[in-house]
Design a protein around this ligand. Sequence first.
Ligand SMILES: [Zn+2]
Ligand SMILES: [Zn+2]
Length: 208
Amino acid sequence: MLANQTGIGIYKILIVIFVAGLIFILTLPQVFNLNRREKTEKCISNMQEIKDQIKKYMRDRNELFTGTTNDLIRTRYITVVEEECPEGPAGSKYSITVDRKTRIIRIYCPNEKKFDDHVLVLDSADYCVQNIIMINEAINQYIIDKKSLFGGNLAVLVQEGYINEDHVKCPTGGEYEVIVDQGAKSFDVYCPNRFRLRDHIYQLPQEN
Ligand SMILES: [Zn+2]
Ligand SMILES: [Zn+2]
């Protein structure tokens, strides 16, 4: 009787082990995928953090950033933890480019070829700044062609083909404002959302 009970006990334990093993094997791909997705998300958030810190660096110092992640660590804008892709290998760094004219910052993951979703796409602030630059250039061209000052109405630029109407509105909505100083014969272009979205602003690059 006792031997029979032990036999059933072992049988039950074997079934439990078998079922647990089966569940483990079946969930393995999901665990692997989750792990991979988490790493992708972490990589993108690393790149976003580096980008935000470069913006802060350029605002603080009012100069173009031309360095590497090492320079950001040295100047304490980022910590070592944020400098590398979680897919490794240790020691491989993100690369950084900052366009001299647009000041648009691009960050590239060293594993981009292997993991094609490790990509930081342009955001609305980047597109907004590109629009502001295009409007600036369109107004300058208008002034040269007409040999007169620009009145400030963007619709005129669209009507006369100086700029496409897609570019006179911020990607987050609202038409750009042009403030003309007739006395100083100068003008400035502003995003209507600049008070809410502080990086929707274009600062002329300083020569250093
Ligand atoms: Zn990565
Ligand atoms: Zn904007």
